[in-house]
Design a protein around this ligand. Sequence first.
Ligand SMILES: [Zn+2]
Ligand SMILES: [Zn+2]
Length: 558
Amino acid sequence: MARHRGKTEKLYVIPLGGLGEIGKNCMVVQYGDDIIVIDAGLAFPEEEMLGIDIVIPDFTYLLENREKVRGILITHGHEDHIGAVAYLLRNINIPVYATRLTLGLIEGKLAEMGMKLPAESKAVRAGDQVKLGPFTCEFIRVNHSIPDACAIAVTTPVGTILHTGDFKFDQTPIDGEFADYRRLTELGKRGILALLSDSTNAERPGYTPSERSVRPNMERVFREAKGRILMATFASNVHRIQQAIELAAEMGKKVAVVGRSMENTVRIALELGYLNVPEGTMVTVDELRRVPLNQQVILTTGSQGEPMAALSRMAVNDHKAIELYPGDTVLFAATAIPGNEKSVARTVNNLYRRGAEVIYDRSAGVHVSGHASQEEQKLMINLTRPKFFVPIHGEYRMLLKHKQLAEACGIPSENILIGENGTIFEFTRNSAQITGKVTSGQVLVDGLGVGDVGNIVLRDRKQLAQEGILIVVVAVDREEGTIVGGPDMVSRGFVYVRESEGLLDEAKERVKRALADQMQRGLPEWAVLKSSIRDVLSKYLYEKTHRRPMILPIIIEI
Ligand SMILES: [Zn+2]
Ligand SMILES: [Zn+2]
């Protein structure tokens, strides 16, 4: 990046994730030789990323500038904001700043990977300021579907940047923690150079309802249930979990939590005081067995139909602790994230098969979004009245819609910048422009491997998944130029060998002929022999089957 020694430094804002996509949010803020990072999240793999566990941002730019990076600030504890922190810290040891619940969740994730929070990391409260190099970073309370979510205002020598994190404005928040409208307004009055705002719900008109609005609907379901109640929601939705616990307590029911990620969140939230549980309401799964069915409430994971989650396993009677009975009521207190509809539907079908009553559709009113709808997005703009506006957190159409909302609020079109991951937004006191691009992209994580699964491995996986594999084993005496064993063929996922003898016998003949042909011409290289096997087989198999299995020749020299 061009340096500007001697002149006033410029401020660079560079998203490494979260623009043009939902997930793996990560923002770099740079002034001169100082960099801070806001959020480092993960994304879940797309369907064609076979075998991939998670996707994280490409941190190349940060690694190349590692000596400049002063710290990472986290807006809230959702996976798409904290899920890549461990991968970043593994490479750059920098302090982490976040509110207590967020930091607790990060600590839990680090522990799973045998890591600890770097020294100097600090739990902050909304309202606190952290000074890092030339940056003064202030955490400002907003509402979201996890407690203790904050926007972060970064004051730099060039001006103040306000990053909203994920937010909504809830006028009746469950924990009584209101968004800090006053501070947002004050900062607006003082002057905000650029607002970077959450675009997730930019296509939704109106206001997102308060989390509290789900309570009466939840209560109706709880009262009408004849037997046991199971409620699936996002593991991190502590407010929803709180409401279910309160309802259960009022009705004299006992609550158990089932599912690893929810057990983790609840444990951390309890330890840190984010959950209020009336004495004797919460029980272990073992204790639950002694409670009559109609007094049992089970809070569980699997609201997205994830095959390994607790509810999905119960639905196919494959859960080690919980068996479903006719008369159970299962409540999905969540809507399916786009892409998960099929797996949710599968789980719902399975639950009905077990005789459960299932409440899952939107009309039940047991779920509200955690993100601002259009009117709240406009409110954010109007409270802060920024000079420049950059929509973040969303697919392209959401960013574009958010731009239109900002225009409607009177932000001049030329002061609104839409970028993508890697875009360099350059700011001075009174200008903003896109000046280039840094390395960005997605790094695939599979098991312990980070980034080692690239396009070639993925292409192989796709071929294996779609066409199968044919392994050809042949022993040759290269000196003599003869085949002394085989060829033998092993098929997986291509054809069933016992029913395809004719096909494979002919294939073997062709391999023999091709090898003999090669060996007659002298002492061939291994690579030549292998590729002639591959060529002759793929041509023949495609003719006969219109399939292209992966062909793996193994040549043994005797
Ligand atoms: Zn979030
Ligand atoms: Zn998010």
